[in-house]
Design a protein around this ligand. Structure first.
Ligand SMILES: [Zn+2]
Length: 146
């Protein structure tokens, strides 16, 4: 699973639950620093997840070599091209890229004049995969020891 928000939700719930339990039990003596640190860590990972999210890129037809942000734009472009019947029947196709990695890749490569095609930005991106793998393995370890 690469949906960071979904992966973080159970951890978020645990932290909130733990905070309520300890505050009710010992409101004046409990040290909330560990929970505060966990809350900040969650916020940091969520901020990364808010940047690295999937976005669709529409091709007028499969293998067109150029894309649009919306299906409507791709449809319009397909209508302006003399396409084979098969391509027209299939209609616009989409694939997913990471919004942030695609932005960075397009900026870097357009500055250098190099041709680009979302080589490093296909969804899920490396950043998202890294977080998801770390979160996933934590969950597996917890389940394995209980
Ligand atoms: Zn990314």
């Amino acid at each position: 699973m690469t949906d960071l928000r979904a992966l973080l939700a159970p951890i978020h719930d645990l932290v909130q639950e733990q905070r309520v339990i300890v505050m009710l039990a010992e409101p004046d003596t409990y040290d909330t620093r560990p929970l505060d640190a966990m809350t900040r860590l969650l916020a940091a990972i969520e901020a990364v997840g808010a940047l690295h999210k999937p976005e669709k890129r529409w091709e007028p037809y499969e293998g067109a070599g150029y894309t649009f942000l919306t299906r409507e734009q791709a449809l319009e472009a397909a209508g302006e091209e003399d396409l084979g019947a098969v391509a027209m029947e299939a209609g616009p196709q989409f694939f997913e890229v990471c919004a942030e990695c695609a932005r960075v890749e397009s900026e870097q490569l357009s500055e250098s004049g190099e041709e680009w095609g979302y080589r490093e930005a296909l969804w899920p991106c490396k950043t998202t995969e890294t977080f998801a793998a770390a979160l996933g393995s934590d969950t597996t370890n917890q389940e394995g020891t209980q």
